[in-house]
Write a protein that binds this ligand. Sequence first.
Ligand code: C2E
Ligand code: MG
Ligand code: MG
Ligand code: MG
Length: 287
Amino acid sequence: KAKDSGKNKYNFYSEDLQKMVYQRHILENSMRKSLEREDFEVYYQPQVDITCNQIVGVEALIRWKHPELGMISPSHFIPIAEETGLIIPMEEWVLHTACNQVKEWQQKYNKSLRLAVNISPHHFQHENLLKTIIKTINNTNFCGNSLELEITETAAMQNVVFTIKVIENLRKMGIEICIDDFGTGYSSLGYLKKFTIHKIKIDRSFICNLTNNTNDAAITDAVIALSHSLNLMVVAEGVETEEQLELLRGKGCNYIQGYYFKPPIPAMEMEELLKEQNTNLQEALAD
Ligand code: C2E
Ligand code: MG
Ligand code: MG
Ligand code: MG
C-alpha cells in the first residue's frame, strides 16, 4: 500500500506513527494511574536447587492488572516504563512488596529463602539506586544477604566505573548480583573479571532446544564450565521438560527455574508451595 504513490507513502507512515505515539501516550498515563492505585501485582517463580529439588529462592516478576485490558505481560510495558522513567517508582514498588512478602515467608517457612529482583538498566545506573535499596531493606527489615539483583550484561556495561562502585557497595550489604539472560548481550566476557558477581543465569533461548540442538548444548556446557571455574553459581531459566532438567543436572548446573517446576504464580499460591515444602521437611526430620 505504502508503495502506491509518493504522497500516500508519507501519509501512511505519519498516520501510523501518530497512532503509535497516541497509544504510547495512553499507555503511559494509564501506567501512571495504575501505579498510584497499585493495579500491579508481584508474581513469584521458584528457583530450585538441582541437587536436592528444594525451593531455595523466588524471582519477583511484575504483572499489570489493567482495569480494562486485563493482565498485561511485562514485555509489553517495561520498555515504555523505561523510556518514560516510570520504571523507577515501579521497581521501587516491586522491591518493597517483594521484600515484605519474602520476609514473611522466611519467618513462617524457610529462614534462608532468597529473593531475586530484576533491575532495569536505567534504574541500575541511577544515582539513587543504593539509597532506595538501603531504605527498602531497612523499612521491611529484610536481610541483605537474602537479596540478589538480576541485571543484564547491557545494564552492567553502560558505565563500567559506576557499575564497579555500585556492586562494591551492594556487596557491603550482603547483596549479590546475578547476570540475567546471559549470552544474549553483545558485551565481551572481560567484564566477568571486572565485576564481583555471584551468579549467571543462562538465557532461555539456549535451554529450549538443549536436548536436540548440539550448538545450544555446547554453549550451555561452556557457560557452566566457565562459571564454575570463576567460582560463580549457575541457574538455567526456562526449563520446561524433565529431559532438560536431567541434562542440566548432568552438566552440574546449580539451580533451575522454569515451567517444568512452576510458572510465575501469585503470592498466595507461592505460599502454599512453601508451606507444603516446609511440612514435608519437618516430617522427614521427625522420621
Ligand atoms: P526475565 O527476568 O528473564 O524473567 C524470566 C521470564 O521468563 C518471565 O517472563 C517468566 O515468566 C518466563 N519464564 C520462566 N520460566 C519459563 C519457561 O519455562 N518457559 C517460558 N516460555 N518462559 C518462562 P515474564 O514474567 O513475562 O517477564 C518477562 C521479563 O520482564 C523478565 O524477564 C524481565 O526482564 C522483565 N521484568 C519482569 N518484572 C520486572 C521488574 O520488576 N523489573 C524489570 N526491570 N523487569 C521486569
Ligand atoms: Mg530475571
Ligand atoms: Mg532472564
Ligand atoms: Mg529473559
